[in-house]
Design a protein around this ligand. Structure first.
Ligand code: URA
Length: 197
């Protein structure tokens, strides 16, 4: 039997018909990032841009996430980025419980294949779908452990697009995550950037 891999999983997602979202999607969005990623980000669902390009977090919320990562000394290509559901819900509505349940096996497989040091849950849909309990406001900015896996919860970057007052707190959360996981390397890189501008 062929061994499971992120590439095999992505190929399955691209032709998935397990829930009604496949009818309205342009492209499924399995997620992207290297096998050895130490941090895995889980958002809610692809939006319009992501549905067009087949890549996660490439719209406005994605630009803010990318900016926050870079300011924290992390490249997008170093982390794995995916969503709770892999196809865009029409009109960007929240995914239903049925859609989340249909897509959960893909997410679980990605988590098992990557075994990241930390899984960062972006927003309330990811918190509910993965942890099954708790709220962003109650869990934000803290490292948690569940069944041997470390998690970190922060805002969905779209919340910080709608409310600019949340941008600094969001970026602060991502910096703390990077510092904790990447340790000295991230701190040294950001010090160099501060020095040389
Ligand atoms: N919002 C998400 O939750 N995921 C994306 O990929 C883009 C926007």
């Amino acid at each position: 039997m062929q061994e499971d891999s992120l590439a095999k999983l992505a190929a399955e997602v691209l032709v998935c018909t397990k829930c009604p979202l496949h009818r309205s999607r342009s492209r499924a969005v399995p997620g992207e990032g290297p096998e050895g990623a130490r941090i895995m980000f889980i958002g809610e669902a692809p939006g319009r841009e992501e549905d067009q390009q087949g890549r996660p977090f490439v719209g406005r919320a994605g630009q803010l996430l990318t900016e926050a990562l870079e300011e924290a000394g992390l490249g997008r290509s170093e982390v794995f980025i995916t969503n709770v559901v892999k196809c865009r819900p029409p009109g960007n509505r929240e995914p239903t419980e049925e859609e989340i349940a249909a897509c959960r096996p893909y997410l679980r497989r990605q988590m098992a294949l990557l075994k990241p040091q930390v899984i960062c849950l972006l927003g309330s849909v990811a918190v509910r779908a993965v942890l099954g309990e708790g709220s962003v406001s109650g869990l934000r900015g803290r490292f948690l452990e569940r069944a041997g896996q470390r998690y970190y919860v922060t805002l969905h970057p779209a919340a910080a697009i709608y409310n600019p007052n949340l941008r600094a707190p969001f970026k602060g959360d991502i910096r703390r995550l990077a510092d904790e996981v990447m340790g000295r390397r991230a701190r040294a890189a950001s010090r160099l950037e501060e020095f040389f501008g």
